[in-house]
Design a protein around this ligand. Structure first.
Ligand SMILES: C[S@@+](CC[C@H](N)C(=O)[O-])C[C@H]1O[C@@H](n2cnc3c(N)ncnc32)[C@H](O)[C@@H]1O
Length: 283
């Protein structure tokens, strides 16, 4: 118990400690491979330097904590923050195994965590910023933790329509899924930071300056059709819609997904376009 269970992001705390977290843990190697090209580009934008102090926002299973820790070195510090106990457990294990004593992982809600003020050079995230109920308050909290001149760099998804690696499977099985309304434009969710005007509005209201958004459109390599179907049924919007669904529906969805993915299965396996923003801002 961290207190976050009753805080402003209680729904997200529940979700990221539900069986979905175990799925992220189970799929960690595959997900890190899938997101590797984006991770490299986002880290280039962040340019962590030896000796710097960095926060990893919603660090999950720790891939980017390890990358940041390697770059800041033993003279620096990385504070990975997440609300998901199962994902953090894996992140802690990986940091220990890598011998990164400069990495600390804490279970806390970033929106309300009492960071020491003006003590970090960089706040970084790979897909960990889209889930705050009150994003202005959350980013203002982060901003207060950054030193004057500090920087914020994060990766988030552009709209679903441009992320065909999510859209195509969803369209193929939508008719089978229980109805689940898409989140409203101001609500937390995977695509909550797709609109550049909204991102600028939130960061500016939180006190950030020089906000830039740079598109990054990697090919998403999803393995063979069966592996792709397996992943889509376990994370993302289809997995959300399937939470608590009977096994028979799960099986039907898996079959429909595999059929849909076969259309995109080429010499490199199933490959579909992804679309992200790399967002950068200054204190
Ligand atoms: C899509 S996952 C990304 C995980 C990881 N950054 C990665 O790229 O593999 C989003 C992460 O944000 C975390 N998260 C969501 N809301 C949070 C909050 N208010 N405070 C801290 N972490 C949060 C979730 O627990 C989850 O680990």
């Amino acid at each position: 118990m961290t207190g976050a269970e009753t805080g402003p992001n209680a729904q997200q705390v529940e979700y990221w400690n539900s069986p979905i977290a175990q799925t992220w843990v189970k799929l960690q190697t595959r997900l890190d491979r899938l997101f590797q090209p984006l991770t490299e580009v986002a880290l280039q934008h962040a340019a962590p330097q030896s000796g710097e102090r960095a926060i990893d926002i919603g660090c999950g299973c720790g891939a980017t904590v390890l990358e940041l820790a390697r770059r800041v070195g033993t003279g620096g510090h990385v504070l990975g923050v997440d609300i998901s106990a199962p994902m953090l457990n894996l992140a802690r294990r990986r940091a220990t195994e890598a011998g990164y004593s400069q990495a600390t992982l804490i279970e806390a809600d970033l929106a309300t965590y009492g960071f020491p003020s003006q003590s970090f050079d960089l706040a970084f995230s790979r897909f960990g910023v889209m889930f705050f109920a009150d994003p202005v308050a959350a980013f203002a909290n982060l901003r207060a933790a950054l030193k004057p001149g500090g920087r914020l760099v994060f990766a988030c998804f552009r709209p679903l329509a441009e992320n065909r690696w999510v859209l195509e499977p969803l369209t193929a099985v939508q008719h089978l899924l229980p109805p689940s309304p898409a989140p409203g434009p101001e609500e937390p969710g995977q695509f909550a930071f797709a609109d550049p005007d909204r991102v600028r509005r939130i960061l500016t209201a939180a006190g950030f300056h020089n906000v830039t958004l740079t598109g990054h459109d990697p090919d998403m390599r999803l393995g063979d059709a069966k592996q792709a179907a397996d992943m889509s049924s376990q994370i993302g919007p289809i997995a959300r819609a399937l939470m608590g669904a009977p096994e028979s529906l799960r099986t039907a969805v898996l079959e429909a997904l595999a059929t849909a993915y076969r259309r995109f299965d080429g010499p490199d396996g199933v490959t579909l376009p992804g679309a992200n923003w790399i967002v950068a801002a200054k204190v």
